[in-house]
Design a protein around this ligand. Structure first.
Ligand code: FES
Ligand SMILES: [Fe+2]
Length: 352
């Protein structure tokens, strides 16, 4: 149950710098590599000779050479040559639209005719010296929508991330969720609270005191197919909160690109982009470290939740107020997936 006609992050550029990468996206095994002039290419990971994965091969002079018997494959999926053979009658394999942009490699697993690079999301931090970005990649054994639920309901921070970003006030402050077109937003604003450890680190990183009360915010933005950008931050209390002057706050964007591998596994590209003290590489590393530890705390919960859901598929689950973000995101996805199946353009429904 995922959208195929959409851009997904397939990998980070460094993953294909030295050799081809085999990665399954939306149940489709794909090989990613750098062809001629280093331009990224994506093909089905299946050699037309005997079905070996092309990702076990090597790139030689821009051609992907099968690691089994040396078939030479072109970026368009057409066989170029094979030792001792004529290749003109070889059936082509599928090639995928693929673009390297914003520090990621993006792939379109659906109908290639509909792929439009202009639909790749904007990433304000990319190639911008006023911003710094640090991130990583996790493979997690869960339905991608469980990860969306997780990111659209941050009350779990109080329990899963108790020692870093969790605090009781998150539970005590209701969030507000709304859907506009295909976008779902869940917001929570907390006034006059003690910053938890991760935010103390960020305050110090922006040369601000870490022993004063702050106003804190979390604004989660879901966009199809499965990305969640979360505006997060703290400002010294009483100075305007989210709208406070940059000098009195530490804020950033939690970046989450979720790529389904199968019905029950994902490639999770996570990161944090910040526009304060952007040149401080040690701070970028410290934040990345902290965020990596925090996000690794979600893994066991999500994987064990998935196992429970597989074991008891008939069990009904509750939908509470805190679940509104995930519920509304699923509603958007259901509508878009249904429209994709019948080949119709999907018209946005009104907010609910
Ligand atoms: S399987 Fe690829 S060349 Fe034989
Ligand atoms: Fe979490």
């Amino acid at each position: 149950m995922f959208l195929n006609n959409a851009w997904y992050v397939a990998c980070m550029p460094a993953e294909i710098d030295d050799k081809p990468l085999g990665r399954t996206v939306c149940k489709q095994p794909i090989v990613f590599y750098r062809g001629g002039d280093g331009v990224v290419a994506a093909l089905e990971d299946f050699c037309p000779h005997r079905g070996a994965p092309l990702s076990l091969g090597r790139v030689i002079e821009g051609k992907l050479v099968c690691g089994y018997h040396g078939l030479e494959m072109g970026c368009d999926g057409k066989t170029i040559a094979m030792p001792g053979q004529r290749v003109r009658g070889f059936a082509p394999i599928r090639s995928y639209p693929v673009v390297e942009r914003h520090g990621f490699v993006w792939v379109w697993p659906g109908d290639a005719a509909q792929a439009n690079a202009a639909l790749i999301p904007d990433c304000a931090w990319a190639d911008n010296p006023d911003w710094a970005y640090g991130g990583g990649l996790f493979h997690i054994g869960c339905d991608y929508r469980l990860m969306v639920d997780n990111l659209m309901d941050l009350t779990h921070e109080t329990y899963v991330h108790a020692t870093s970003i969790g605090q009781k006030e998150i539970d005590d402050t209701p969030s507000v969720t709304k859907t506009e077109g295909d976008q779902v937003t869940t917001s929570r604003f907390m006034a006059n609270i003690t910053p938890p450890p991760f935010w103390k680190l960020a305050l110090r990183g922006n040369h601000l005191p870490d022993d004063q009360s702050v106003d804190r915010w979390q604004i989660c933005h879901f966009s199809p197919p499965s990305q969640v950008m979360i505006e997060v931050g703290v400002a010294l209390a009483g100075q305007g909160g989210y709208h406070a002057d940059a000098k009195v706050k530490a804020s950033s964007v939690v970046v989450d690109f979720i790529t389904p591998e199968s019905d029950t596994s994902i490639w999770y590209f996570w990161g944090m982009a910040r526009n304060f003290n952007a040149r401080d590489k040690a701070l970028t590393a410290a934040i990345r470290d902290g965020q990596g530890k925090i996000f690794s705390e979600d893994l066991e919960m999500l994987e064990r939740q998935q196992q429970n859901l597989l074991a008891w598929p008939e069990r009904a689950l509750l939908k509470l107020n805190i679940d509104a973000g995930g519920v509304q995101a699923r509603r958007v996805l259901d509508r878009l997936i249904a429209a994709e199946r019948v080949g119709a353009p999907a018209s946005p429904v009104s907010a609910s």
